[in-house]
Every structure is written in C-alpha cells, then in structure tokens.
Design a protein around this ligand. Structure first.
Ligand code: CP3
Length: 341
C-alpha cells in the first residue's frame, strides 16, 4: 500500500488531503535543537546517519505528517564534488574555492561524501509505516551553481547571473557536472528507499526568460529523463520557486510528475492554468504560519478549496521558519485534517 501522499503525487485524488511541510525538521522544534547541540552542529548531524534519521522522524511523531523528508542539505552535492563546506552560525553556508575565480576541473570529487546520506535514507525507510512516504531530495543545478560560483548565498544571485552572460560555456560545464552527480545521488537515494524525490530550484525566480529555459528547464528535464531510465518507479516533484508565469512551460518541458508551488502563486490561477490532472503541492505562505492569525485558517482553506478537483498535497510555499510557534503548526494540521472533499 503506497499511501495517500504517494498516490496523490502519482495523480490519484484521495478523500483526505495529504500533508507535509518543507523544512519540517529543524530549528523550530526543541527536540531538534537539543540533538544538534549534543552533536555539535548541523553538518555533524547530517553525517551521523542515526541522528539524521532520528531528526527526519521527529516531525512525524509530533504532527503525524504523511511524509518524511530526508534530513540533509542541498549543498552536500557540491561538497561531494570537492568544494569545502561550512555552515557559519547566523550567516549561512560558505564554500571554497569559489568557481567565480577557480576552474571546475581544479576540484577533486569525493563521492564517498554521499554514502552516509544513503545510510540515513535506509534507516528511515526501515522505521516508516508502509503508508508513510519517504521523500528524498536534491537541489536543482541552477540553484546549486549559484552557491558553487559565489561561494555563499546572495540576495539576487547576481554573481552567477553575470557569470552566465560572461561565460555561458563555463557555466554549462558546471551545470552538466551537477546534473551527472545529481542523477547518481537521487538514484542512490531511491535504491536506499526513497519513493519520491523533490528537486529544489530555490533561485529559479531570478532568471530572465531565455536564461530560465537554459539553466532551469533544460537541466531539470535532463535529470528527469535520466532518472526515468534508471528508476522507472521513482516519483519526481519539481519546485522551481519564483517561476511564476513560466510554471506551465516548466511542467510540460521537464516532465516532472508533480509541481511544487510557492506562495506567490494564486491557487485559483494554478488550478486553472496548469496542465490538466498534473498533481500540485503547496502553497501556504510560511509567514502566515509564523503569524498564526485567523487568516492562517482562512488561507489554508482557500488552498484546499482551490484544488478540490486536482491531485493536491498540502504544503507551504517555502520552508517553515525557525521562529514558527509549534501551536500554529498544530492548528494548521487540524485544519487540513478536518477538511473534506
Ligand atoms: O525540508 C527538510 O526538512 C529537509 C532538510 C533540508 C534542509 N535544507 C535542512 C537545513 C532541505 C530540503 C534543505 C534544502 C536547502 N538547503 C535549500 C533549498 C530549499 C530552500 O529552503 O530554499 C537551500 C537553498 C539550502 C541551503 C542552506 N542550508 C542554507 C542557505 C542554509 C542556511 C540558512 C538557514 O536556514 O539556516 C542551510 C542550513 C540548513 N539546512 C538548516 C537546516 C535544518 C539549518 C541548520 C541549523 O540547524 O542551523
């Protein structure tokens, strides 16, 4: 029995709405903060499969979500491609050498850095009930490239967008290398027990239309087609955050099974304009979950009602924030659970 979440991602409309939240494991949970302090930091947690599996399961125990998302990070891929990776508290990730001034072939790949992640997936797989879905993930090539080129996050990805115009061949080589590692990595997650995977393209929204075709649609399409050949049963969710009016083209041209929507998308527009029958996921504003007014309930119902006639997985439009009160999450879960088609 695959479970309601997986059935929905594959296109069947169930009686109740499946639910999980991006970044559902993490700093808003006291049990996460406690284990992170004990292990000495975020990367130490990721590289301890027993601890990472425990953290993956924490939000399911507390809230009964329909799916567990692997606890790891999208930047493990550049780390396995040979960049140094650190997470500075309060500042975010730092990577070196930066590809804005160092050639890609100066890196020495360290593929063993992916192995502990597969062990985490296998441990979670063994612990889940058959109707709870195990979701793996990777960053999409453009989003990963923005970190590899700049060596850190940036407000509008300007360094990598300028690099793309200055030296498109060099960026293409970086993107192609990320595609190859990502396909291996997601195949490894599927073999260890992931039933669906999400491709996070968090910075897809900063690209001009032709650039979006080249750096978002084309590499995600390549990943989907190569994964289909290797893992025919694996379900793929594409999440091109900020893609706006480019979403229908993204859905058609990448061939993803399901589409993640961010909070800037009007659910009524999505219900009308996206390819018929395409399963969608989203898209309550995470800041509404943080604020937690009556508006939280109204907007959650608006999302649920808009997707009455389309396979829909309830989620946020982006990751849950670290200052989100747990009572607000409990309230949201209740609203989604009590909704009936
Ligand atoms: O969704 C989940 O619960 C699974 C785990 C997960 C994490 N990061 C854990 C994490 C996933 C799927 C990600 C994806 C990720 N990581 C993205 C794409 C999604 C998005 O949010 O846009 C991006 C861009 C990253 C890169 C990243 N990781 C940044 C910029 C940061 C620092 C900023 C921040 O929020 O702290 C991280 C760290 C990170 N990844 C944390 C967690 C729980 C916080 C680490 C901590 O405990 O201090």
């Amino acid at each position: 029995m695959p479970g309601l979440l997986l059935d929905t991602l594959r296109g069947t409309n169930g009686s109740r709405r499946p639910l999980w939240l991006m970044r559902q494991a993490g700093r808003y949970l006291p049990e996460y903060r406690e284990l992170r302090a004990e292990k000495g930091g975020f990367l130490a947690l990721v590289y301890d499969p027993a601890a990472a599996a425990e953290i993956t399961l924490q939000p399911l125990r507390r809230f009964g979500f329909d799916g567990a998302i692997l606890f790891s990070d999208i930047l493990i891929v550049p780390y396995a491609m040979g960049q140094k990776l650190e997470f500075l508290i309060g500042e975010g990730p730092r990577m070196s050498p930066r590809l804005v001034d160092t050639a890609l072939n100066a890196l020495t790949a360290v593929p063993e850095r992916l192995d502990p992640i597969y062990r985490t997936v296998a441990l979670v797989h063994a612990a889940l009930a058959p109707d709870q879905t195990l979701l793996g993930f990777a960053g999409s090539p453009w989003t990963i490239a923005t970190y590899m080129v700049a060596g850190e996050g940036s407000r509008d990805q300007h360094e990598t967008r300028a690099y793309a115009y200055r030296d498109p061949q060099a960026l293409q080589a970086i993107i192609d290398a990320i595609v190859a590692v990502t396909v291996d990595y997601l195949e490894g997650q599927a073999k260890a027990g992931a039933e669906a995977v999400q491709l996070f393209d968090s910075w897809a929204g900063s690209l001009a239309p032709a650039e979006f075709e080249r750096w978002v649609i084309a590499p995600n399409a390549a990943i989907v087609s190569q994964l289909r050949a290797r893992c025919p049963d694996l379900t793929v969710i594409g999440f091109p955050k900020g893609a706006g009016e480019k979403l229908p083209a993204y859905a058609r041209e990448t061939g993803v099974d399901a589409l993640g929507l961010d909070e800037t998308i009007d659910p009524l527009w999505a219900a009308r304009e996206l390819p018929e029958g395409l399963p969608v996921q989203g898209n309550l504003d995470p800041l509404l979950l943080l604020a937690g007014s009556d508006e939280l309930e109204r907007q959650a119902l608006r999302v649920l009602d808009a997707f009455r006639d389309r396979p829909h997985v309830f989620n946020l439009g982006h990751g849950i924030g670290q200052f989100t009160p747990i009572e607000h999450v409990e309230r949201l879960v209740k609203v989604v659970r009590e909704w009936e088609r």
